[in-house]
Design a protein around this ligand. Structure first.
Ligand code: HEC
Ligand code: HEC
Length: 371
């Protein structure tokens, strides 16, 4: 009987990759449902993506058992492996077994799809991230569903993977989860011990810390003037004449908050604008109207614009943003006591609660109810 020897099978970068990936996925999962935690969700999503990209490289240049070529099994081998589970004991694999190998390949593929659909949704809905400005809300909407479905797919696969690990651990009387922490296994027969690759692991570790620090930095720099995450997408169009003419009595509502037909109607009524006469001459009026048309809700530059546009019926042309169903729904939970506060007073006083009302972006993270 040959004595088993304790040998390193998983190098340090592979183990770090594995557990950081678990952490990143768990964090992103925990924060997916609450737009106030979108930043944590995004940071963990980027981490997840970066880890997968690293793994692709490591699958080629990493140590023996971490290489894709080392666990490149055919579907036939997976089937006969699964079949052997019900037979008289399984063949022993030092590295990944065929079923585990396939789970890893599918996980990596789904993970890459999850990251890219996440980037598309972030770019389209929030106009943030790498794709900000390249994609509209409209275009990104189908990807949201896809993003969620892929995430559920990954969760399912993770459950299968963990069950597989437990079954294999029981069959082989070996703690495989522990092996993914320590990196070593008891190996019978000849097999090379893989190097730990401490230097590369330290580089990953240091990058993770720097990345974490940079991400936290946006919290550290927030102040009373800038109490929220700044809008990172391309800023919306601004017009000095508009700000001057329309900002005299109230906030110069950004044109993206109403459809073009509403603006058209508002300007034909300019002598009786909520009992005020705007007294605009022809030239000013046509410049303002052009600006409003070019940047109206239909242009879908922001989440608010997209949702407002969806919420107004084609045969309606509301003059008030605050009369639109979407606006009413979003603000239905705010109590009368808050509306009557001195700092609020009117529903049209968007700036009292939205720090970015002037820019027109109405970001999730820029909201505050005055207390
Ligand atoms: C002379 C003052 C005055 C000027 C100038 C003015 N408005 Fe108004 N506007 C008002 C008043 C008063 C209301 C009603 C506010 C309310 O009901 O709380 C109003 C309401 C609005 C609303 C509806 C807000 C809501 O509750 O949803 C829009 C949109 C609007 N104005 C657009 C404009 C635009 C565009 C311009 C520039 C062309 C402009 N206003 C210039 C006085 C003015
Ligand atoms: C009294 C404070 C207050 C005022 C005034 C106010 N809002 Fe809001 N608004 C909120 C709060 C709180 C929410 C978040 C509601 C939620 O998500 O449950 C919100 C949500 C929104 C949203 C949705 C943001 C998102 O991405 O979910 C938009 C768009 C918006 N407000 C636009 C406006 C506009 C335009 C005005 C002015 C005409 C305005 N609000 C006035 C408090 C206010």
């Amino acid at each position: 009987m040959v004595q088993p020897k304790k040998k390193r099978v998983w190098d340090l970068p592979t183990r770090l990759f594995h557990w950081l990936l678990v952490l990143a996925f768990a964090l992103a999962w925990a924060t997916y449902d609450d737009s106030r935690h979108l930043d944590i969700h995004t940071i963990s999503g980027y981490t997840f993506f970066a880890l997968l990209l690293f793994r692709l490289v490591w699958g080629v240049v990493g140590s023996h058992y971490a290489r894709f070529s080392e666990f490149n099994y055919t579907p036939g081998e997976v089937l006969s492996y699964l079949h052997s589970l019900f037979g008289d004991g399984t063949k022993y694999y030092i590295g990944h077994n065929p079923a585990g190998a396939w789970a890893i390949f599918i996980l990596i593929t789904l993970g890459l799809l999850l990251s890219t659909t996440g980037l598309i949704v972030l770019g389209g809905e929030e106009q943030q991230g790498l794709l900000a400005g390249y994609i509209s809300f409209d275009q990104s909407e189908p990807f949201r569903m896809l993003h969620e479905m892929i995430a559920w797919g990954i969760l399912t696969l993770v459950i299968v993977h963990v069950s597989g690990v437990i079954i294999e651990s029981l069959l082989q009387r070996e703690n495989l989860i522990g092996a993914m922490f320590r990196g070593t296994k008891w190996v019978v027969g000849e097999s090379a011990m893989v190097p730990a690759h401490r230097l590369i692991a330290s580089l990953i570790f240091i990058s993770a810390i720097i990345w974490g620090g940079l991400s936290l930095n946006t919290y550290l720099i927030s102040s009373d003037d800038q109490p929220y995450q700044p809008f990172k997408g391309p800023s919306l169009a601004m017009n000095d004449l508009w700000n001057e003419e329309c900002g005299a009595c109230h906030l110069a509502f950004h044109p993206s908050l109403l459809p073009a037909r509403s603006w058209q109607y508002l300007f034909t009524q300019q002598e009786n604008h909520f009992e005020e006469d705007l007294m605009l001459d022809e030239e000013t009026l046509s410049e303002l109207l052009n600006y409003a048309r070019e940047n109206s809700a239909e242009k879908n530059k922001t989440e608010a614009a997209w949702k407002i546009n969806r919420s107004v019926m084609k045969n309606e042309r509301p003059l008030k943003i605050t009369s639109i169903t979407y606006w009413k729904e979003k603000h239905s939970e705010i109590s009368d006591a808050i509306w009557q506060k001195k700092s609020v007073q009117s529903k049209s006083n968007c700036g009292a609660c939205h720090f970015d009302a002037e820019q027109g972006t109405f970001q999730d993270s820029a909201m505050k109810i005055p207390d």
